[in-house]
Design a protein around this ligand. Structure first.
Ligand code: FES
Length: 99
């Protein structure tokens, strides 16, 4: 998430593709991928948190979805990925045949 101060009545173009160097706003880099930016207008002066992971279900605003990326990244660093009790399991354990 990125904190942004919005101006009342101003138009903004939120990057939906993730390629912009001016995150969270569009810089035209989407031309190569075919996505289009999301246009929105601020109705008042305010500071908001805009999504920069592009997983939000409430674009352009952050909804906390980036937390799933952080958790997934942590699991990748730990073989077995079990973060719930600090113990690790074998990452690819074969299932035991049923008798
Ligand atoms: S650069 Fe990403 S939508 Fe325009």
């Amino acid at each position: 998430m990125i904190a942004v101060s919005l101006k009342r009545g101003a138009l903004y173009w939120w990057c939906t593709c993730g390629a912009s160097a001016a995150q969270p706003f569009c810089d035209g880099s989407h031309a190569q991928c075919g996505k289009l930016p999301l246009r929105f207008e601020s109705t008042r002066e305010e500071t908001v948190f805009l999504c920069d992971c592009k997983l939000t279900r409430r674009p352009p605003f952050c909804d906390g979805s980036h937390a799933t990326i952080a958790l997934a990244g942590a699991e990748e660093e730990l073989p077995g990925g079990d973060l719930s009790n600090g113990q690790r399991e074998e990452p690819f354990r074969e299932a035991s045949p049923r008798k």
